[in-house]
Ligand binder design. Sequence first.
Ligand SMILES: [Zn+2]
Ligand SMILES: [Zn+2]
Length: 704
Amino acid sequence: MSYWLQVVVAVPAHSSIAGPLTYKSELPLTVGSLVRVPLGKREVLGVVWEILPDSGALLEMQTRHVAGVLEGLPPLSATWRKLVQFTAGYYQRSLGEVALAALPPQLRDLSSVQLARRLKRPVADTSHTPTTTNLIALSQEQTLAIAQFDADSRPALLFGATGSGKTEVYLRAAARVLEQDPTAQVLVMVPEINLTPQLQSRFEERFAHLGKERVVALHSGLTPAQRLKSWLAAHAGHARLVLGTRMAVFASMPNLRLLVVDEEHDPSYKQQEGARYSARDLAVYRAKIETEDTTHDHGPCRVLLGSATPSLESWQATLAGRYQRLTMSERVAANDGERGSLPTVRRVDMNHQPKHSVIAPPLLDAIAQRVARGEQSLIFLNRRGYAPVLACHDCGWKSECPHCSAYRVFHKIDRTLRCHHCGFTERVPRACPACGNIDIAPVGRGTERLEEHLAELLAGVKRPDGEPPRIARIDADTTRLKGALESQLASVHAGEVDVLVGTQMIAKGHDFRHITLVAAINPDGALFSSDFRAPERLFSLLMQAGGRAGRDARHSGVSEMWVQTFHPTHPLFEALKKHDYPGFAAQQLAEREAAGMSPFGFSALVRAEARAQDVAQGFLNAAAAQAEAQQLTGHGQVTAYPAVPMTIQRVANIERAQMLVESPSRAALQRFLAAWQPTLFETRQQAEFKSLIRWAIDVDPIAI
Ligand SMILES: [Zn+2]
Ligand SMILES: [Zn+2]
């Protein structure tokens, strides 16, 4: 007797195979089983999605057999499959692509023997040490937040200032869930891989009493073998707590009871290729379906989002009552029992500073005082390299990238011009390539030049021990080698650095106890950006950067956040000065509501790439005209705007265009996109668009 199965496999995004494929099997398999199936000449990993009734003799002749089953592996749960199905539908990708991307790649290559060995549970751990960790006393706000979270089943947004002790709340919420149910599992997500090690050791220490290997990590920085091991531990239910980045939202966890999303506003929760999902949004959805799951008896699955500067989407959800809000506005006590306070914000009006000054005299003075007292300063500039452009003042030549519509950045350390978009790198020419003038000069300033400049400016200043100040830089260039970031951060922690220069990389999450001054050198760009989310990102970055200062109560009286700006009275800086996120959010939400933008309206971007800009734009416009002709836009509920070139129009000789699609209704937008997909595929086949390289839909884009 044969059984017919629908199996999902990974297929290229735009292949003609979109849905599951039919295979037959001599064994009755369960839905959710992992199988190996033939696809063309290859054998690929697949997930059994559905069992079909007998399909008759004709089909039997064409249908190929399942090649093998990954034995010993419990099937993927119904809620896992539902999460994958939802993701594929909502983000307009194929089921197979989403399903297989959510599984560890190494699963594909394992033989049954290897798998059986991997599945062998770790030796039963008899050394169950009782909790010996001395739990610190919670602050009043923490106690209240936990009580509120327990009492209300809605998704929760923990709105907690930097240093208010959000991690301790996550730990307590997780501990509660793990203690109440000996099989319960918890997923904790963080935005950055480099934040996982410190958090992982904190969670491991707290939950050491649960036994060995109960806390595992899941992120793209792991080796394939480590990732497989963590995944199997989660899937088998052995791992009680999974700590991971956005990909972890798809971890197979049969008894998931709590999801925590730390720094929920962080843009890195949005996947930027393939299925462009938001792991934060999926976490909320997953908690809902895990709770609704009736296949076995269990308590609800909760979701806890946390941030000092929540995304405006989550904030609006608390205002509308869909999420509950837990507020912690005070910093918790440091070791000496004294509470740190938020830094004083100082705005430097650059209109009144000497022309061309990079660091205004009052800021320089404040940094020099810190050096003399043996305190640390963090100077932050969101542009790496020495100078963004190299130019000839005789003929006007500039260091354009020949392959992109962007300038190549001058890196002085190895005397190269590097394109940050396509990577094209050349030695700096000795003379102007256009006119031969030998006097070509850097224009503008990146972190490398700022570091050099600061060394000159602080040359006469002495540390308390009489030595000159030690200046260091942390950005993508200094941290390219594995382990470099960790060792550089360690030297900052050890007090071996007086002035730290860096990009936004240093603004996130690192707990620098001895920093008493944080300065943003040139944050104005985001105030007038065409991207409506730019102010939100800037505010959050500055609040986060400011949060690095004064975490140690000994210093908090003198800690300061400096902002150099030509627009000191801008409402964003007014709100920053008062540490007033709710005020900032109210103003931004009013603007967005008036303009019908997220979270009051819904949008998707369709991007197209071709050798010629008119092909990319032409494809998008033709597909939109077709949608109009087919009346897909539903009586004006959905608006598709004309295609435009992307901000950086050409990268690596590829022209890029995008089309914005908007609707006041999420459901209408979803209906439109689903109905429009076949039209996009058909338009792609037309002769005039043969040279199109690729196109993709980005639902709920985070940058426009
Ligand atoms: Zn020239
Ligand atoms: Zn380039």
